[in-house]
Design a protein around this ligand. Structure first.
Ligand SMILES: Cc1cc2nc3c(=O)[nH]c(=O)nc-3n(C[C@H](O)[C@H](O)[C@H](O)COP(=O)(O)OP(=O)(O)OC[C@H]3O[C@@H](n4cnc5c(N)ncnc54)[C@H](O)[C@@H]3O)c2cc1C
Length: 446
């Protein structure tokens, strides 16, 4: 049996970079992973979705160009060319990842499914491996809800939609979360008729109410039809179309249907019940702030820990876990107040708790709020929508929620101030260069 310092199960967003950093630090690594290396983010998550967001955003901006004296001629957006660009980007990233991985002598990579056979050994294809440290980085997969008839129609997910050849005339989304809303924005700009079936009274229910309500309003203004408080009771195919029946009996005919109803832990593929690693009630691996599981030889990072399922979180955990496995001085990982962005049209940037979370926790707060267009740069850019909101008390800033142009970047001004005991005072001292969009924050420095 080969000797390894570390076995990593899952060669995805978190597992792959962890293997490279460990090898660069002289560790001998066995990397076990089924599916394309790089995992979800590069192959069917962040990279391709944001590539399409960029194409559609550029198109939208170019349409406005004549207002600013820019003569462009006829502006067109080609679905097939944007999809080709996206597929090429993903293919190049995959090839680069493969080439880079092959150059590491200290990493042995087996592209196969791996599972525990006891609390310290892993089996791949009938072969058994062990190491002083085992790291689970197997992520989560799409959760497909039990909807009558769904198994008989060819529905899309964020995984298989990249092979679409033609722009659908109409597309519906089951679920109104971040992923649906990003795709809904994309297809709406391409010119498809877009519907979202959402069981709550608004899309992106997880966001602060102002942000979520504003997005609903903007989607309505932009022609995206939101079926709110709606359950999909039945789905069927008819003459190359997909018919979605709602709990209110409405029947909606669509060219394509995408299901984006959250994620499911991949722990069930690991034979984890023999590993002495505890799972929570949702099937995610239980870890403490040092990313240790209930088995002292096993650590876990990324979506499989079921906390903040973002790439930036997976990468932070990757860094921390290597330190915690190989060094005596452990570092903690913070799972709260993690910033995130949603690349909808317009985008969202958020950090910290929502108003309803603060209310539930019994924390008194004040609201400082302004409209994104209300600054010089907003005027120059002729912005007409967007909000910026801070939740704070006399000393501390609890949260920042933004919707509008560059919200995904703007939020980072507040990220370092969250939870800082004099964050509100520090914020009020910041001088913003004129005329930047970040100057919008000076409206709140009262
Ligand atoms: C459409 C979409 C858009 C997104 N956009 C963003 C974004 O803009 N920003 C952001 O921060 N996050 C985004 N995310 C989330 C982000 O992609 C994930 O949080 C991140 O990729 C999780 O990384 P991971 O390493 O935990 O899992 P993965 O990257 O999924 O890697 C897990 C790997 O383990 C493999 N595996 C599973 N079981 C086994 C087994 N038993 N043996 C061997 N291998 C196994 C899997 O095949 C996979 O390759 C997006 C997600 C989606 C779906």
């Amino acid at each position: 049996m080969n000797e390894f310092d570390l076995i990593i199960i899952g060669a995805g967003t978190s597992g792959l970079p962890t293997s490279r950093v460990a090898a660069n630090n002289g560790k001998k690594v066995l990397l076990l992973g089924e599916g394309p290396i790089g995992g979800k983010c590069v192959n069917w998550g962040c990279t391709p979705t944001k590539a399409l967001v960029y194409c559609t955003h550029l198109y939208k901006e170019t349409l406005k160009a004549s207002k600013f004296g820019v003569k462009t001629g006829k502006v067109e957006l080609s679905f097939s060319e944007a999809m080709d660009y996206t597929r090429k980007l993903v293919k190049n990233s995959l090839e680069q990842n493969e080439k880079r991985l092959a150059s590491f002598e200290k990493i042995e990579y087996i592209p196969k499914n791996a599972k525990f056979i006891n609390d310290s050994e892993i089996e791949v294809d009938g072969e058994t491996f062990s190491a002083p440290a085992l790291l689970i980085a197997t992520g989560a997969r799409n959760f497909i809800p039990p909807i009558n008839g769904l198994e008989n129609v060819q529905y899309l997910t964020n995984k298989n939609m990249w092979s679409l050849k033609e722009l659908p005339k109409s597309i519906g989304f089951i679920g109104g979360g971040f992923i649906s809303c990003e795709f809904a924005s994309i297809f709406n700009i391409f010119g498809s008729e877009v519907s979202i079936f959402e069981r709550n009274d608004r899309v992106i229910i997880r966001a602060d109410e102002l942000i979520s309500k504003s997005l609903n309003q903007y989607f309505n203004e932009d022609g995206i039809k939101i079926y709110k408080n709606t359950q999909t009771s039945n789905v069927r195919s008819k003459n190359n179309k997909i018919i979605v029946k709602t709990n209110r009996g409405e029947e909606i005919e669509l060219d394509q249907l995408m299901v984006a109803t959250g994620f499911k832990s991949n722990a069930d593929k690991l034979n984890i019940n023999v590993s002495n690693v505890d799972l929570d009630h949702r099937g995610y691996v239980v870890v403490n702030e040092f990313l240790e599981t209930t088995n002292p030889k096993v650590w876990a990072i990324g979506d499989i820990v079921g906390k903040q399922q973002f790439t930036h979180m997976a990468l932070r955990e990757s860094k921390a876990v290597l330190n915690n496995i190989f060094n005596n001085k452990k570092v903690k990982v913070k799972f709260e107040d993690i910033p995130y962005a949603a690349f909808t049209e317009p985008p969202i940037g958020s950090v910290g708790r929502t108003e309803s979370q603060l209310k539930d926790a019994g924390i008194p707060y004040k609201i400082a709020q302004t409209e994104l267009p209300h600054c010089s740069r907003g005027l120059i850019m002729q912005l007409n929508r967007g909000h910026v909101k801070l939740l704070h008390n006399e000393k501390e800033i609890f949260a920042c929620h933004i919707i509008g142009e560059y919200a995904d970047n703007l939020v980072h001004e507040i990220v370092p101030l969250i939870g800082v005991h004099n964050g509100w005072d520090l914020f009020k001292e910041i001088i913003h260069a004129h005329p930047t969009l970040a100057e919008i924050f000076s409206n709140l420095q009262k």
